[in-house]
Design a protein around this ligand. Structure first.
Ligand SMILES: Cc1cc2nc3c(=O)[nH]c(=O)nc-3n(C[C@H](O)[C@H](O)[C@H](O)COP(=O)(O)OP(=O)(O)OC[C@H]3O[C@@H](n4cnc5c(N)ncnc54)[C@H](O)[C@@H]3O)c2cc1C
Length: 192
């Protein structure tokens, strides 16, 4: 967004024109316009609060980390956090063990920092910055060129973009084994 960062500079017609220019195809497809009922300028922010825990208070999602929208990672991260945290809570309430809770922040943060890096990298590659000097602009263009022309760069981008695996499966199996062992101890081997 170059000409001013005020929403007044973006009447509906300009928004449709810019969106149309970006989505244009050569097969006759046309963008259907509708009513724009809300407009806002979203700040490109990156923020991580670590650890994602204070005593018995566990943070997940936007409460713990913000990414610029470029990598579409905010909701994905929130869901991934909750999957890891829910496993830890299940373990705690099933067995009384706190291992999962104690490792929650460190496990979640691995994914958070990977997504923060992707979002920062995509943003700094794809957005124009008026305050960049010519050297920095050339570096940015070189990066974009590499991604546009190198299969290796495209693979790395795609791997991160579609989402890294949530490191929960090993944990879930571990929790299940622990819970089953505890149930067997308490109620006898006949109970599955
Ligand atoms: C325009 C836009 C587009 C986006 N597109 C994408 C995308 O394509 N992909 C993606 O992965 N992410 C996207 N995101 C980011 C994503 O929406 C957020 O990262 C995600 O919703 C965070 O989930 P959350 O549960 O942490 O927080 P939220 O979804 O914000 O949920 C917090 C909830 O808490 C409630 N709340 C707040 N204060 C209180 C209180 N005191 N008491 C009770 N309740 C309270 C709020 O009303 C809200 O319902 C987008 C965000 C925006 C704004």
């Amino acid at each position: 967004m170059q000409s001013g960062r005020r929403i007044d500079n973006w009447p509906d017609g300009r928004i449709w024109a810019e969106l149309g220019a970006r989505l244009e195809t050569n097969d006759g497809w046309e963008l259907k316009q509708g009513t724009i009922f809300q407009k806002g300028i979203i700040a490109m922010r990156s923020f991580v609060l670590e650890p994602m825990q204070f005593g018995t208070l566990f943070l997940a999602g936007d409460a713990a980390h913000i990414v610029p929208p470029t990598g579409a990672k905010g909701l994905n991260l929130a869901v991934a956090d909750v999957r890891v945290l829910s496993d830890a809570l299940i373990e705690y309430y099933a067995t009384g063990r706190r291992d999962g809770l104690e490792h929650y922040s460190a496990m979640a943060l691995q994914r958070v920092w990977a997504a923060e890096h992707l979002s920062w990298w995509m943003t700094s590659m794809l957005h124009r910055y008026d305050d960049r000097d010519p050297f920095q602009q050339r570096l940015q263009f070189a990066q974009l060129n590499q991604v546009a022309s190198s299969h290796a760069f495209q693979t790395a981008l795609a791997e991160n973009y579609v989402g890294l695996p949530i490191r929960r499966y090993a944990l879930v199996e571990k929790f299940k084994r622990r819970s089953e062992a505890k149930i067997r101890r308490e109620h006898g081997a006949g109970i599955a």
